[in-house]
Design a protein around this ligand. Sequence first.
Ligand code: SAH
Length: 403
Amino acid sequence: MSQQIPASDVPKAVLLPRKAQPLYGRHPWALHSAFDHIDTAAVDGDVVQLVGDHGRFVAYGVVNRKSRIHVRLYSWDVEQPLTDDFWKQKIATSIDARRQLGLFDENAGCRLIYSEADGLSGLIVDYFAGHIVLQVNALAMERRLDVIVAALNEQVSPKSITLRGEAGVIKAEGVTIEPRVLQGEVPTEPIFIQENGIEFELDLSTGQKTGFYLDQRENRVAAAKYFSGRRVLDMFCYTGGFALAAAKLGGASEVIGIDGSDKAIDLARRNAERNGLSNVRFESVDAFDHLKALVDAGEKFDAVILDPPKFTKTRRNINEALKAYYHINRQAVNLLNPGGILVTCSCSGNISRDDFQMTLLGVAQKSGRDIQLLEQRSASIDHPTLLTCPETQYLKCFICRVE
Ligand code: SAH
């Protein structure tokens, strides 16, 4: 329940009438259109108290007038202001949760903090065998880097901490984040993580995202169990996550991995060799061209994995993105032998699970092939969905059988 406004000197961010409801509902984003005014004493990056109808306290947050998300909310408890201890406690709670889930392992990779899902809007922290990669997507977190680094040191004593920024998001927040090493040294020799009994080499300084797609960890195992003795095509394979699991855990007879990044393919090849997998080969080529070439050549596979990059970052482009999903899934179905397995993913947060399923329905109808949904999966458990912030669920991974 909400409390009456506290007798406090925290500057106020005052909502327009009737705008407070979703924010009492613990959604962490207060958009600019919701505000009547924000106390000028608060400069961007400062803590404010969000105030609703009749001056009632809603939550504590951090203001950034340059962002569409004018105030990011972090505490709905009037007795719990946003002190250094608050941030440290939040970080400790997230990391404890990973420990409890059995995910924290010195040799493994794990997302320790997943932004809104862990109540820390704008902060992503990934752990890779002793090294930490931070992704800061909000001014609120950029201003608090010192506290964050101190808390991470207390919790996991990392060998190094590297800061990354996502270009588009940084633009949206009006803050420049220079990617840099914040602490320690990123070793020049390769870093390895163990995942599902497979060893992966990582490129922490120039790799994609924070270096490795931890969100697919459990989907790689789930998919692998359908691949025994089968010929598998892994499209958008990056460093071979699904492909190597298919060969090593799934016992696939042959695996082909395709990605457009030369660097990723180099790593994928090294990963196959390191894990002693000789029936996997990788090619660096444009996936869209290659899919078409395979269809034109009449190639057939027993399983196809599609894990493309985000097709849309905005709501405006949803229709084009859905068309692109339709297109590649239609081609994948075309490549499948009867009884084949389609593992199809979408990491576009703006595309809903229902829309993705409808797109696959379209593929089934137009291709005249029966598509059975076997599993409807999402991201690994270190990327949980926070019910009060449905945007935290972005990854769809459907495993289908195609007749
Ligand atoms: N399946 C991977 C993650 C894929 S991320 C894993 O399990 O780790 C999406 C990948 O798509 C990236 O590696 C990126 O290099 C690749 N990509 C993006 N556009 C591409 C294109 N046009 N052709 C081929 N690959 C592309």
